[in-house]
Design a protein around this ligand. Structure first.
Ligand SMILES: [Zn+2]
Length: 182
């Protein structure tokens, strides 16, 4: 596989299994570290989001401010692939807890809450495994990860007509059905 003339490393099954296991552990650790210093949505935000998200998701989601989303330590063992540089992102979701480098705009919060819904429907292990599979299959390009496209697409739908209501849980379920799950 080549991209712009550069050899791209095709990982073995063992490589991906090990990478995925470490990523799952890291996601759980980050969630548990961030959770105690995180805040829930405001009543106003909950009112806006209640036309799109289930109430129990809105009640359980938390946001934690961090100076930077740090790349995981386990990356060191996997530098033969072009890793996602998380230090470039403004927010990242760990199960039901979102790390953000500043108080996010409503669209960013919406996007991250879609990821919370993906985690709810698939569970942490399958979400991380699917995310990484889509990332590798998409030539290690963040913009080719369908779980990201789904989140961004639903935000675009919301922005195109904020007065319209739709169910994120139904939309996420429809999209997940189309992927070849593990
Ligand atoms: Zn995202």
């Amino acid at each position: 596989m080549t991209t712009q003339g550069k050899e791209i490393f095709v990982p073995s099954e063992e490589f991906m299994t090990s990478f995925t296991e470490q990523a799952i552990t890291w996601v759980r650790q980050q969630r548990n570290q961030l959770r105690p210093n995180s805040k829930g949505l405001t009543q106003k935000e909950k009112r806006v989001f209640s036309r799109f998200f289930d109430q129990d998701l809105l009640d359980s989601a938390r946001f934690a401010h961090v100076p930077v989303i740090k790349n995981p330590d386990f990356y060191k063992g996997f530098n033969s692939i072009p890793l996602l540089d998380l230090e470039q992102v403004v927010a990242f979701t760990f199960i039901d807890t979102v790390a953000e480098i500043r108080n996010s705009a409503i669209g960013t919060k919406f996007h991250e809450l879609v990821h919370v819904e993906q985690f709810r429907q698939l569970g942490v292990e399958r979400t991380v495994a699917l995310y990484l599979k889509q990332w590798v299959n998409g030539d290690y390009d963040y913009w080719n990860i369908e779980l990201e496209e789904d989140a961004s697409g639903l935000v675009a739908w919301y922005h195109s007509n904020p007065q319209e209501s739709f169910s994120v849980s139904e939309e996420v379920a429809k999209r997940l059905e189309t992927y070849k799950l593990l």
